[in-house]
Design a protein around this ligand. Structure first.
Ligand code: NDP
Length: 490
């Protein structure tokens, strides 16, 4: 797709409730473009009354429309049509995403939108595949476990991958017969609204999926606390995840799925193979979306014999990216979401260097990018395990480097007190790879690769402070249903 003028993209206004856009009275929030910091729209901050309206409609319509009780294959058919409409609408959806988020248009066209449609197709397939169990009881009885939807699921998504996060959460929840009220980040509201509008065009009964716009404090809080919301699915920071967990417990002991922060290690052994290929994996692992990904492989833990060769190659790669507006077709290197995120990256990198880290390359903003916060790919060497850049999630293109001599040392360095989201292991030694697969405290272990695929059957989710429960996989589909035990005497 060619470059486009960001001011030419039409935006929906308001919340999407009961199949139509609606604007409520009250506070408005400015929405900025990450590439140039320009305020390009305002959204209405949904207060408790509007959230109540969205949740109540969702509960009524999931029952009255038959969405919860229809045959699962019918639900699957709607999801497949929805995916087709997303593919057909790729140009508009991609523009919305490229204007408002950090994703360059080339990336949104090749990845974000197709992945969004494919995730819905995956859940369409789940709809009639997984459910319940039958137990060996007595000859004159039948014991069963039957699955049924919770009712209304509250979904809260972050700004880093707005469309695909929405598809993961809505796909699982809707395929299993629930209704959804979704709050996207107020930093990236528009692509999600269009996503929901297309669902209704595809045949999802109006009101079964509603989008409420607003801040976490106001809209998010009202959604989590609403008594008719029976389950919460959240992706975001560990701190907010903990608050949501408390709020969900206090307002109805609701189950939560939390996909939270990470500080994921990439372990490279001397026997990992081709240096250029390894450097490429490591580089993409910490610079994709300028490091603004929960799975970012932000800690390189590398064996002494191969370290210099890989680091030299990484330095070379770090000097190549050219920042650009996300609506330009040539742009490959993207901005941080906003000034607040930029200042966070700056303060952690500065504190890390002050505490003894060696700044090998990067460490500052690109010059001449006006109000856009484009951060240079940054390598921090000589970091101790307690260095702030090793301990805290930075959410920027920053890689810490630690060198080890043997496997035991590598395992000790990989261990993190707070996070356990992902780990990468790069070795051609099969026994070592299998050992580490079992040893590492991470919800996902990638061996000789470091990125997601369209294998949506593989669930994703973290250990410890990185969250609980899974997105994707049959596990996320099943987690949107509650299990009822039944015993029938003949
Ligand atoms: P948050 O976790 O605060 O926000 C994520 C989502 O939760 C947003 O939609 C947010 O709304 C909402 N939210 C915030 N507070 C509440 C609440 N009390 N109740 C319900 N919903 C709430 O992340 P930030 O955007 O503030 O980013 C801060 C840091 O979080 C980043 O630097 C990064 O480290 C981490 N992060 C991790 C992500 C991941 O993929 N795991 C994604 C995004 C951030 P609102 O935007 O209005 O606050």
């Amino acid at each position: 797709m060619s470059s486009f003028d960001p001011d030419s993209v039409g935006l929906s206004s308001g919340h999407f409730v009961d199949g139509a856009f609606t604007v409520a009275k009250g506070e408005t929030l400015s929405v900025m473009r990450p590439s140039d910091g320009k305020c390009y729209a305002e959204i209405n901050n949904a207060e408790a009354g509007l959230v109540d309206q969205a949740v109540t409609v969702a509960e009524e319509k999931r029952k009255s429309s038959g969405w919860s009780s229809c045959s699962p294959r019918e639900r699957g058919a709607v999801l497949r049509r929805w995916a087709d409409l997303i593919d057909a609408d790729i140009e508009y959806l991609a523009k919305l995403e490229a204007v408002g988020s950090t994703r360059p248009i080339s990336d949104v066209i090749s990845h974000e939108v197709p992945f969004t449609a494919e995730a819905l197709r995956f859940y369409a397939e789940c709809a009639d595949k997984f459910s319940g169990d039958v137990f060996p009881t007595r000859q004159d009885s039948l014991g069963m476990l039957i699955s049924e939807p919770y009712g209304v699921i509250g979904a809260i998504t972050p700004w880093n991958f707005p469309l695909s996060m929405a598809s993961w959460k809505c796909g699982a929840a809707l395929a299993s017969g629930n209704a959804v009220v979704l709050k996207p980040s107020e930093l990236t509201p528009f692509s999600t609204a269009r996503f929901a509008e297309l669902a209704v065009v595809a045949g999802l009964p109006a009101g079964v999926l509603n989008v409420v716009q607003g801040s976490g404090q106001t809209t998010g809080n009202a959604l989590v606390s609403h008594p008719l919301v029976r389950k919460i699915s959240f992706t975001g920071s560990t701190e907010t995840g903990a608050k949501i967990m408390c709020q969900a417990a206090l307002s109805g002991t609701k189950p939560v799925t939390l996909e939270l922060g990470g500080k994921s290690p990439q372990l490279v052994f001397d026997d990992a193979g081709d240096v250029d290929e390894i450097a490429e994996r490591i580089f993409l692992g910490f610079t994709t979306n300028a490091g603004q990904a929960c799975v970012s492989g932000s800690r390189l833990i590398i064996q002494k014999g191969i370290a210099n060769a890989v680091i030299d190659k990484l330095v070379e790669m770090c000097q190549q990216p050219v920042p650009g507006m996300t609506w330009n077709a040539e742009t490959r290197y993207c901005p941080l979401i906003d000034r607040r995120q930029g200042e966070k990256v700056h303060s952690i990198v500065s504190a890390s260097v002050q505490a003894g880290a060696e700044l090998i390359v990067g460490g500052k903003r690109f010059e001449d990018t006006a109000e856009g916060w484009f951060w240079q790919p940054t390598l921090l060497g000589n970091v101790s395990q307690d260095n702030i850049a090793v301990q805290q999630e930075i959410f920027g293109p920053v890689l810490t480097i630690q060198i080890f001599e043997n496997e035991e040392e590598a395992i000790a360095l990989a261990k993190h007190d707070i996070y356990g989201l992902c780990a990468g292991v790069h070795t051609l030694n099969l026994q070592r790879a299998m050992r580490l697969m079992r040893t590492l405290d991470a919800g996902t272990v990638w061996i000789n690769r470091y990125r997601r695929t369209k294998d949506f059957i593989i669930p994703t989710g973290g250990f410890q402070g990185s969250g609980m429960g899974k997105d994707l996989g049959r596990q996320s589909f099943e987690s949107c249903m509650r299990q009822k035990s039944v015993l029938i005497d003949f």
